[in-house]
Design a protein around this ligand. Sequence first.
Ligand SMILES: Cc1cc2nc3c(=O)[nH]c(=O)nc-3n(C[C@H](O)[C@H](O)[C@H](O)COP(=O)(O)OP(=O)(O)OC[C@H]3O[C@@H](n4cnc5c(N)ncnc54)[C@H](O)[C@@H]3O)c2cc1C
Ligand code: FES
Length: 334
Amino acid sequence: MPLLTLADSGETLDALDGETVLDAARRAGVYFSHSCLAGNCGACKCELVDGDVNELEHSEFALTDEEHATGLILACRTQVWGDTTVKRLPEGEIVMHPSRVLPCRVERLEWLTHDIRSVHLRHDGRGEFFFSAGQYVSLEFIPGLERQYSMASIPGEGLLEFHVRKVPGGRASTHVAEQLAVGDQVTLRGPMGTSYLRDYHEGPVLLMAGGSGLAPIQSILRLLLDRGHRAPVRLYFGVRAERDVYNATLLDQLAASHPQFSYDIVLSDPADGTRRGGFLHEAVATDLATVTGLKAYLAGPPPMVEAATTLLRSRGLGLRDIHADAFYDQPGSA
Ligand SMILES: Cc1cc2nc3c(=O)[nH]c(=O)nc-3n(C[C@H](O)[C@H](O)[C@H](O)COP(=O)(O)OP(=O)(O)OC[C@H]3O[C@@H](n4cnc5c(N)ncnc54)[C@H](O)[C@@H]3O)c2cc1C
Ligand code: FES
């Protein structure tokens, strides 16, 4: 009979051959977060420390490949065949908001830089739209033209704010830059994404944003500071040149009113010497003294996110403490 150890509490349970982790815990009367029991909801996500297991099919929504690569499994879909150790996730590690399809109306549009436009949407659906800071949605501007954009606003604000950078030759972002008008209808689907603020974390936070990747990072930052996070919060905002910098006034205001928050803007192509130059991950590599107790949230172009992840991994930060959204374009998008 295999032994199932819960590393977070130290409890050891007897499991039957081929029994799922969740069934073994429930049979023993031990609390284990769950909901659908069928690999569809993600509520039973936990960490596999080691063991002899067989994982059954599950939905991508319940556990993404990215999460699986960090060592996460679904307790309801993982059979135990030999001694196994798992760790339940701390409260707040899993959030699930109902996925909705909402008709929205463009309420305000502003140019933040020469190629980034903010889009403010009011949804016409019933009730509040729930999401976690750092998540994204899919926005359909005209039938069939649908792309992912991250919320820059914080949950509970009246309007949903997005920062859309015009990609040369890009269909959706050019539509936003050149045709989208106040009053237009946009269909929102979501929320999605696992790179959201972990409320339970009380330690230092590192935020890294490239270009319009500031959107989800701004949402995380504002919520963290609103909630009175006490440990140091450090933001690195990387853009190409001075004309690409935006929301510096907001960042200055946040830094002035929250002594635990500081930030650096890093230009990869600095024409004059007024700001820090170089790549974002190089600036972090120079400054980062320790990763102890750290959580990092990254968003922006894939090369930036990949370089930053490699750096943080090389310094010893575990994948479960690196929460990243790379703005990959989706293969097969219309
Ligand atoms: C999880 C997620 C969150 C995102 N959040 C945001 C956000 O908050 N703000 C934002 O501006 N974008 C964001 N994006 C990117 C966005 O979804 C679109 O991919 C982007 O706006 C380009 O769409 P498009 O229709 O204009 O270009 P497409 O017509 O789809 O592509 C045209 C060409 O541009 C290239 N391309 C596509 N995307 C990019 C890009 N991001 N950078 C450089 N070249 C590109 C394509 O390879 C293609 O060659 C996010 C993407 C993901 C996956
Ligand atoms: S309980 Fe829903 S995925 Fe396991």
